[in-house]
Design a protein around this ligand. Structure first.
Ligand code: T3D
Length: 258
């Protein structure tokens, strides 16, 4: 039903695969729309408790399909406002964890999308290229928001200004990715990670995501107030009751995401 992505739900995980392997899964207008639609589909589906975003073939994503923009004048502002920004905002407001399974190179807006995911898992064959400067552009799609927050301003400026490729191991060293797995078992390992997240209290995880990002932007007083609000919501879930009951009964909890 999608043209540029694959969408599959398996054991609580919606696997969204960017699927233009001959173009290194570069973004097109259709792909932006389909990613937004897939995120909304996953948000609505109670059977989905984690979203895993990956790429088909050798690459994760090479950013904007440059053949779409090579012909002449491009309305860059409009391009971002209409295509990229809604996709990043949809990721941000999705109240389920989004895990990037970075199977190969993530370049330009492809790197930004990986940064906008909540967790990044990398194949040892993955790499990151802040490719914008290489074509005389500025990091977009949230790159200027997420990159300095994830790796610190000094490293963020270096990566954005030089556009140098960062290997998976280097990415692990600077906190750009959370885990690196062998290439041969990468998708199995990434799926196992996503399934683990999918078995946790989904509503609390959605609230953790929202509260943590809000905490980045607010002062202490506002953050404390927001935490109280979020805790009220989390404290009224069935999963909270189950977690406490399981602890008291000295057994493993069975969370249902409600
Ligand atoms: O309007 C706007 O542009 C605003 C929006 C901006 C958002 C952005 O994302 S700007 C940044 C755009 N992306 C880039 O500048 C990255 C361009 N690609 C590369 O630098 C390199 O391809 C990579 C570092 C990603 C990978 O290098 P390598 O040596 O492993 O592979 P390759 O041989 O360069 O590429 C493999 C194929 O993918 C190749 O096709 P071919 O020759 O085998 O038929 C290449 O043309 C294609 N490909 C890679 N990136 C893109 C692409 N095709 C279209 N668009 C791409 N971005």
């Amino acid at each position: 039903m999608y043209e540029t992505i694959l969408y599959e739900v398996s054991e609580g995980v919606a696997i969204v695969t960017l699927n233009r392997p001959d173009k290194f899964n570069a973004f097109t207008e259709v792909m932006h729309k389909e990613i937004i639609a897939a995120l909304k589909q996953a948000q609505k589906d109670d059977a989905v408790r984690c979203i895993l975003l990956t790429g088909a073939g050798r690459a994760f994503n090479a950013g904007q399909d440059l053949s779409e923009v090579s012909g002449g004048d491009v309305d860059f502002g409009g391009f971002l406002r209409e295509r990229y920004n809604p996709m990043i905002l949809q990721m941000h407001k999705t109240e389920k964890p989004i895990v990037a399974a970075v199977n190969g190179v993530a370049a330009g807006a492809g790197m930004s999308v990986a940064l906008a995911c909540d967790i990044r898992l990398a194949s040892e064959k993955a790499s990151f290229v802040n490719a914008f400067v290489g074509i005389g552009l500025v990091p977009d799609s949230g790159g200027c928001y997420f990159l300095p927050r994830i790796v610190g301003i000094g490293k963020a400026l270096e990566l954005a200004m030089t556009g140098e490729k960062v290997s998976a191991q280097e990415a692990l060293g600077i906190g750009l990715v959370n885990q690196v797995y062998p290439a041969e078992s990468f998708m199995e390992d990434a799926l196992a990670y996503a399934r683990k997240l999918a078995a946790l209290p989904t509503r609390a995880i959605g609230l953790i995501k929202r509260a943590m990002y809000k905490g980045l932007e607010m002062g202490l007083e506002e953050t404390l107030a927001y935490e109280a609000y979020a805790q009220e919501a989390a404290g009224s879930t069935a999963d909270h009751k189950e977690g406490v009951a399981a602890f008291m009964e000295k057994r493993a909890p069975r969370f249902t995401g409600r």
